[in-house]
Write a protein that binds this ligand. Structure first.
Ligand SMILES: *Cc1c(COP(=O)(O)O)cnc(C)c1O
Length: 494
């Protein structure tokens, strides 16, 4: 299996090359040349497998240049019980007879990013060996809150790598910030950027294409790599949990073999829901892919109208990991829906870069609407949803997942579509204690006391990795402007 890029199909790379490189040098995103198929029998076979086994089974056909035994070792390390607080890794919880929550936050940093970022370091270091790369990978991450911590936790003290994280100064929750600032490991660095996530992300993207900086780095024995969701090594592990959830629902007799289910995904950079689309392409019986956004509803408008327009007010919401106006992974969808026409993709992306907007053809729009639905809700509706689900279902949800539950309710009310639906739950409610407490009508206490406060109120034990934060000291504290990122990189690699 080879990988092409969304901007030049002529380029063909092995999986290890695509993963080692991250972003392609033409600015495009690596994408598999074809999608391997999973038959109904394959899904049956996976029913009784562990999550680790399922991950090997799903990922192997995409990774020709890796052996199954290599992947088995990676899966054990990534998804073992020392990492995840439940043996199921990504458990499916029943909310009611047609609504299921796929909990992706049982990993070390309590957000769904762990699902991919526990696996990526293994894929990446093996890829570096396979491509005979002798330089050290300098991994740059722009984070809206969760990726940075999960990436550092995944890469900490991993040989042959150094990792530097940039996050928007006022765009992450207090707990998210503390999680990052207390990160351990000799090879990690963290820096706040004045501005919002898009500023941090565009800044990091610019670094990747800065030839002078690349040359300087090469001189010092480094090269850039990415742990953002543009890296294929991050998208691939995310396909696994959709397959796994379907197998769980069959195994637990919530659905029958071949039944369609919908998925509803709280969306920011479009990585998570893109993996759902790929699972569907592989043959998992997924129906509507419902894209849920907060007040930053650029994707809702796009999926409904075909016009992508980032020229709009940016809102800081209580679901900060979805405060994004440029969803990088959408490029991979444009590539599929334009029948892999790289000139079309380039033209949309050029327009986005120059004017901040583009309008897709009617054909592309129609293809989107065949697979995707979209909706959004504001902070007030998000809080109401948290309160309602706690009161009615005794289910505690974080603000990101609450957006998806709310959007699903709206979708059902407006379409009458009652298909069983998997809602992707992307963060532990304990990562966003203050907003969850406010939603439940409580005044949050100061600082980290909110963790115990939420636990006392609900009778739910907080995840261990958050409970121990109060005994940790901040190691970092640097703040930079968005045009100084290159200098920060050079200092970090001194
Ligand atoms: C990253 C993140 C999202 C958005 O996922 P994308 O893949 O960027 O669409 C949603 N919720 C949480 C908690 C996240 O960390």
């Amino acid at each position: 299996m080879y990988y092409v890029t969304t901007r030049s199909k002529g380029v063909k790379r092995l999986a290890s090359e695509a993963i080692a490189q991250g972003l392609a040098s033409d600015g495009g995103l690596f994408t598999p040349e074809v999608f391997p198929k999973l038959s109904q029998n394959a899904l049956d076979t996976m029913r009784e497998m562990s999550y680790q086994q399922r991950s090997v089974y799903v990922m192997k056909p995409y990774l020709d240049d890796f052996t199954a035994s290599e992947l088995t070792v990676f899966a054990k390390r990534a998804y073992g019980e020392n990492k995840f607080d439940t043996r199921e890794v990504a458990p499916v919880r029943e909310i009611d007879d047609k609504t299921f929550s796929l909990e992706l936050w049982h990993g070390p940093t309590c957000a769904f990013k762990d699902m991919a970022l526990q696996m990526l370091p293994h894929l990446l270091t093996a890829s570096l060996e396979k491509t005979a790369e002798r330089k050290t990978a300098c991994i740059l991450v722009a984070t809206s809150g969760d990726t940075g911590k999960a990436a550092m936790e995944g890469f900490r003290d991993v040989g042959g790598t150094r990792i530097l994280v940039f996050y928007p100064k006022d765009g992450v929750s207090a707990i998210q910030e503390l999680q990052m600032l207390t990160q351990e490991g000799e090879n990690v660095g963290v820096c706040a950027v004045e501005g919002n996530f898009d500023d941090a992300q565009s800044g990091v993207k610019r670094l990747f294409s800065d030839e002078a900086l690349r040359a300087e780095l090469a001189e010092r024995g480094y090269f850039f790599s990415s742990a953002n969701s543009i890296n294929w090594g991050r998208v691939l592990p995310q396909i696994v949990y959709y397959v796994s959830a379907y197998c769980d629902l069959m195994r637990d007799e919530k659905i029958k073999k071949g039944d369609l289910i919908n998925v509803c995904v709280p969306t920011g950079n479009f990585g998570d829901i893109l993996a759902a689309y790929y699972a569907k392409m592989m043959g998992v019986p997924l129906g509507r892919l419902i894209c849920a956004s907060n007040a930053n509803n650029v994707l809702t408008d796009f999926i409904r109208t075909g016009l992508y327009d980032r020229n709009r007010t940016f809102y800081n919401t209580i679901s900060p990991s979805m405060d994004i106006l440029i969803s990088s992974n959408l490029e991979r969808m444009l590539f599929e829906y334009s029948d892999r026409n790289e000139a079309t993709v380039r033209s949309y992306m050029d327009q986005l870069a120059t004017s901040g907007r583009y309008e897709v053809s009617d054909a592309v729009k129609a293809r989107f609407q065949e697979d995707f639905s979209a909706g959004y809700c504001d902070d007030e509706a998000t809080r109401a949803q948290i309160r309602k689900m706690w009161n009615e279902n005794h289910y505690l949800t974080d603000p990101h997942s609450a957006v998806a539950f709310r959007v699903l309710e709206n979708y059902r009310a407006s379409t009458g579509d009652e298909t069983p639906t998997l809602v992707v739950s992307t963060a532990s409610p304990f990562k966003f204690c203050s907003d969850v407490l406010l939603s439940l009508g409580k005044q949050p206490e100061k600082g980290l006391a909110v963790i115990d406060q939420l636990s006392d109120l609900t009778g739910i034990a907080p995840p261990r990795s958050l409970a121990i934060l109060k005994d940790r000291r901040a190691r970092f504290g640097q703040v930079t402007t968005k045009d100084q990122l290159a200098q920060r990189v050079l200092e970090f690699l001194k």
